[in-house]
Design a protein around this ligand. Structure first.
Ligand SMILES: C[S@@+](CC[C@H](N)C(=O)[O-])C[C@H]1O[C@@H](n2cnc3c(N)ncnc32)[C@H](O)[C@@H]1O
Length: 255
């Protein structure tokens, strides 16, 4: 007799895959139009403008079933590590969802994102929710206005697989943290295992019709970049397996 839990888990995977496609198809379609309009721009500028364009729909994607599961884990992990005394940098803050949900747990939250549309949406959401200890700036992690050694926590939720040079970025996060400070990251580790989704995305990128240049690496490769930058990994959880998504909490060590 077939194990009913297997049927249930198969149904769940199909549903999650379908929900992921529902995300990918409209993104890809809007990108077609976008590509035609911006075909002469360099890839980095295209990604930035693409995120900018996606800002108005970003919160609707939160309705996606697979993402809801990730959101439950995010709530659990951020509640565990954010404390009242933290000065927090939310790197790649998007529409400010993390600030709206968790700024009440910390002293201060600084959101940064390179897409102007994301920053405007975050500022609007913070104002509507009367959040006074969060602010947002359109910039990158290398902005000199961010003070070295000033943050207790850097949150990098859904961004390390999007950046060109993750080693350079993680070194910079190290520099921005106070001694003993924490990096809280959630990363799509697309090189961990080949799935229908990772192959589909790779194909779209290869033929030049996917908006973002996703980076493919495994969990081990990500861990080694983090530990190589003088962090100690204190927690690692695989949050999803198609594509593989990994939460890592890491503590800044003295060099
Ligand atoms: C997948 S979204 C995650 C948003 C948010 N952290 C969350 O979990 O709701 C990635 C965000 O990173 C931003 N982003 C991508 N590359 C970036 C870069 N190099 N510098 C700053 N922001 C970047 C995008 O504009 C987008 O808002």
């Amino acid at each position: 007799m077939t194990d009913p839990t297997l049927i249930k888990s198969f149904g769940k995977s199909v549903r999650e895959f379908w929900h992921a496609l529902l995300l990918i198809i409209p993104i890809t379609f809007s990108y077609f139009l976008f590509m035609i309009k911006n075909r002469a721009l360099p890839p980095e500028k295209k990604s930035e403008l693409f995120w900018n364009m996606g800002a108005k729909n970003m919160d609707n994607y939160g309705e996606n079933e697979g993402l809801k599961k990730l959101e439950r884990i995010r709530t659990e992990k951020l509640k565990k590590y954010l404390t009242g005394k933290s000065n927090v940098l939310d790197y790649g803050c998007g529409t400010g969802t993390i600030a709206v949900q968790f700024s009440n747990l910390v002293t201060r939250m600084q959101g940064i994102d390179y897409a102007a549309g994301m920053i405007e949406a975050a500022q609007r959401k913070a104002a509507v929710n009367r959040i006074e200890n969060a602010s947002f700036i359109k910039t990158t992690i290398f902005d000199e206005r961010l003070d070295k050694g000033s943050y207790d926590v850097v949150i990098a939720w859904g961004i390390l697989h999007l950046v060109d040079d993750r080693k350079h970025v993680i070194d910079r996060i190290y520099e921005l943290l106070k001694p003993g400070g924490l990096l809280l990251s959630a990363t799509e580790c697309l090189g961990e295992k080949k799935t229908s989704i990772t192959s589909f995305l790779a194909l779209l990128m290869k033929i030049g019709i996917f908006p973002i240049m996703l980076k493919y690496f495994s969990i081990t490769e990500l861990e080694s970049t983090i530990t190589g930058a003088h962090f100690q990994i204190i927690e690692k959880v695989t949050m999803a397996d198609n594509p593989v998504s990994c939460f890592i909490a890491a503590k800044k060590l003295q060099q």
